[in-house]
Write a protein that binds this ligand. Sequence first.
Ligand SMILES: Nc1ncnc2c1ncn2[C@@H]1O[C@H](COP(=O)(O)OP(=O)(O)OP(=O)(O)O)[C@@H](O)[C@H]1O
Length: 314
Amino acid sequence: MSLYAIRTEHLSRAFGTLRAVDDLNLEVPAGIIFGFLGPNGAGKTTTIRLLLGLLPPTTGTAFVLGYDVRTQADAVRARCGALLEHTGLYERLSAEDNLEFFGRVARLPRAERRARIRQLLTDVGLWERRAEPIATWSRGMKQKLAIARALLHRPALLFLDEPTAGLDALAAAALREDLAALARQEGITIFLTTHNLTEAERLCQQVAVIREGRLLAVGSPEALRRQRQAPVHVVTTGLSPAVLEGLRATFGAEVVQPGAADGHLVLNLGPQQSAAAVVAYLVRQGVAVEEVRREGASLETVFLNLVQENEHGI
Ligand SMILES: Nc1ncnc2c1ncn2[C@@H]1O[C@H](COP(=O)(O)OP(=O)(O)OP(=O)(O)O)[C@@H](O)[C@H]1O
């Protein structure tokens, strides 16, 4: 199989004058969990629909598992699983009967179907409860069953649109664990959208951030965090207005801000600037440096910065 499970080339989709997906160039390596992040209305669901060939692009194209979504949508859908907004499960049927039904729709031979249903229900911890009608089940249990359903036909690529939306913290954590284990076990690629940045950080080897249909950043959560350095806090004694002015002149006015308390500096250093240079400068000016602390940039900070910068047209 190709190195990339998904490759988009200038993929765009307009609804009237609205560019829901705008010149998207994305490469998703095979075999990873890829997180697609963005605020409401960013174009995440539209992208999934384009990738599944459910919606034609206005311009550009995408290759999913090597197939062109414009001309080979059937081949794409046969090899992909998807859990979009609705689970599509039948509330009155038991878990096992739900999977049995969808296994037949997928034309899985009887023996294979049985074995696969047992394996998947076991993997998500629902085998013991297979005979219960799912109407009374919790949202988390139904979501696990829906993922099992999406995996029945052994897809190479699984699309999940907000898989943990509406789940409490415990259920979301349990689902994440199952997803990580399933991805490893089945050797598949997972493309998921989420608003939950902790989720993306824990689960995804790579993430992309989009806003207004445009790609803002892509990379591993660590790489994105490194790219955006977090502020450095320096606590000093003997910081005079003259030294503060000197610091601003040397390192840039926008970089150096006085903090909440006297003698507390907050520095937004660029990638080329080091905290050590600031400390050396302060010491040369006779300022005592009591503490230097760099905040750990969370993916959340990175995400908010990216989205807000874009909003302000920076
Ligand atoms: N069928 C459609 N007709 C017109 N506009 C649409 C259609 N589908 C989506 N849009 C618009 O395209 C933009 C992107 O929508 P999309 O659902 O892809 O965003 P999203 O990132 O999935 O948002 P959310 O996180 O809120 O689900 C939105 O402004 C939406 O209103």
